[in-house]
Write a protein that binds this ligand. Structure first.
Ligand code: PEP
Ligand code: MG
Length: 326
């Protein structure tokens, strides 16, 4: 089994009927790259940049950040690297950025909300990203976007920083992309509007599920409601993928769900382009995809979207997989 998987390290990810999807890795620091490459990732689908800010006494400088981003981009070569701007707040706090206590931290002042309000912090990170853009295939991603105005504002700040760098003679790539995480139901519902303006979507199911089901992802007492296969969640995901494709944009997923063996056939049938997961899940996922036919999983989409419960979805997918011995 191990050696069979090892054979897939340098292979592309293709279905039994020869359709390519991209399997990428989630990373939390440049130190994770060795594992990513050893597991044959086709890209980095989520680089969480919080590590640069956490466990220290002050903000990381532009230079420090630039070096970290450059390192990841260089090591990945031509492969795409999605770097997410700071997603602090909620459960993640910084000692040097005191914030008032909130009644509902996960519904509070975090991620893009905090960045748009602390523009020096945000602009510093964006300059570091733009300077690093010439070293690889960079996709910049904004987290926790709820409204179009937030994306427009973030994009405008990015453009301003790009112009500022160029005026100083600093090289910036002309092919980086700017996209958003879809992890708030409002954004998933409005995906058709967002899709005209963004370069890509990446669906953050860890948060999308908790916000859709109103069930805290850390609270054991409501964990029974945290249901990745709930048709409400699946319909949102489907809506996002269709909206992206209708506008010629690609869509990935970087929540835990992307590496789940029940979810993979569903998402493949929905048309998801990129699956980003922990490095250790990549080879098993590649093997599973190679045994699935895109044509066949697509046929099940309508039935799945019309189901009433998670349990029903799960039982259905399991029976399909069992029949094929996958
Ligand atoms: C998500 O919400 O699915 C996600 C990938 O982001 P995080 O887990 O960092 O909130
Ligand atoms: Mg999230």
């Amino acid at each position: 089994q191990r050696t069979e998987l090892a054979k897939l390290v340098h292979e592309k990810t293709v279905t039994a009927d020869n359709h390519h999807v991209e399997l990428a890795a989630n990373i939390g620091s440049p130190n994770d790259l060795a594992g990513v490459l050893a597991n044959g990732a086709e890209g980095v689908g989520l680089f969480r940049t919080e590590f640069l800010y956490m466990g220290r006494e002050n903000f990381p400088t532009e230079e420090e950040q630039f070096l970290a981003y450059k390192q990841v981009l260089e090591q990945m070569g031509e492969k795409p690297v999605v770097i997410r701007t700071l997603d602090i707040g909620g459960d993640k706090q910084l000692s040097y950025l005191p914030m008032p206590e909130e009644m509902n931290p996960f519904l509070g002042f975090r991620a893009i909300r905090l960045c748009l309000d602390n523009q020096e912090l945000f602009r510093t990170q964006l300059r570091a990203l733009l300077r690093a853009s010439v070293y690889g295939n960079l996709k910049i991603m904004f987290p926790m976007i709820a409204t179009l105005e937030e994306f427009r504002q973030a994009k405008q700040i990015l453009e301003e920083e790009k112009k500022g760098l160029q005026e100083k003679g600093v090289a910036v790539s002309d092919r980086y992309e700017a996209g958003i995480m879809i992890e708030i139901p409002a954004a998933a519902m409005m995906a058709d509007q967002f899709a005209r303006e963004v370069d890509f979507f990446s669906i953050g199911t860890n948060d999308l599920i908790q916000y859709t089901m109103a069930a805290d992802r850390m609270n054991e007492r409501v964990s029974y409601l945290y249901q990745p296969y709930h048709p409400a969640v699946l319909r949102l995901i489907y809506n996002v993928i269709k909206a992206a494709h209708a506008n010629g944009k690609w869509v990935g997923m970087c929540g835990e769900m992307a590496g789940d063996s029940i979810a993979i056939p569903i998402l493949l049938g929905f048309g998801l382009d990129e699956f980003s997961m922990s490095a250790g899940s990549i080879l098993p996922a590649r093997q599973q995809v190679s045994r699935l036919s895109l044509e066949e999983v697509t046929k099940h989409t309508e039935a799945i979207l019309s189901m009433s419960t998670s349990e029903q979805v799960e039982a259905f997918v399991k029976s399909v997989l069992d029949k094929k011995d996958i």
